[in-house]
Design a binder for this molecule. Structure first.
Ligand SMILES: O=c1ccn([C@H]2C[C@H](O)[C@@H](COP(=O)(O)OP(=O)(O)OP(=O)(O)O)O2)c(=O)[nH]1
Length: 160
């Protein structure tokens, strides 16, 4: 069973009332990164390639706090701290307005026990303006059995 937006909101911070949806909580875009170097996925480990934060206000007379993103792939860090409670699994879906603007957010599984400010892959198929703090995705929780809780290398990431 999927949990209500109110339940999800108890595990996401900060949130405003506008972010709480019937079935989940909207996540906002905080930092947009561009990958510079190759990463590596090995049999026994992985390495994330070097990246750089995209500048805000790159164009003259641009709105403040807005990313002007040309076609390409970016890693976006969400603005909220997320904790996946035991007995649950999290899924993140893109806002359809991204899709309708020829962009897409690709996401993976959020494990029980994970806590941090996670990331998603933003695919930009047509130039887009993205205001920092704008809602781009929605997090939902489903009840789920599991043996262990998440203790991987991303545990506690970006909580400074
Ligand atoms: O779209 C997503 C999906 C998951 N996560 C977070 C929550 C999840 O619990 C954690 C690890 O995800 P996963 O287990 O898929 O990563 P991995 O590459 O297998 O890393 P590890 O070896 O640490 O399990 O990353 C995100 O930030 N974004």
């Amino acid at each position: 069973m999927f949990r209500s937006g109110g339940f999800v909101a108890d595990h996401v911070s900060p949130t405003t009332d506008a972010q709480v949806q019937p079935n989940g909580v909207d996540l906002t875009a905080d930092i947009v990164f561009e990958q510079l170097e190759p990463g590596r996925i090995g049999r026994d480990g992985k390495q994330i390639g070097d990246r750089v934060a995209r500048p805000l206000e790159e164009l003259e007379e641009a709105d403040p706090d807005t990313y002007y993103l040309p076609t390409g792939s970016y890693v976006v860090r969400y603005g909220e701290r997320i904790a996946i409670p035991e007995g649950h699994v999290g899924f993140v879906y893109p806002r359809s307005s991204l899709m309708r603007n020829s962009c897409m957010l690709n996401t993976a599984v959020w494990d029980a026990g994970y806590e941090g400010r996670g990331e998603g892959l933003l695919q930009v198929h047509h130039d887009i303006e993205l205001e920092r703090g704008a809602r781009i995705a929605q997090l939902v929780f489903a009840e789920a059995d599991h043996e262990d809780v998440y203790e991987g290398s991303y545990q506690g990431e970006n909580l400074e």
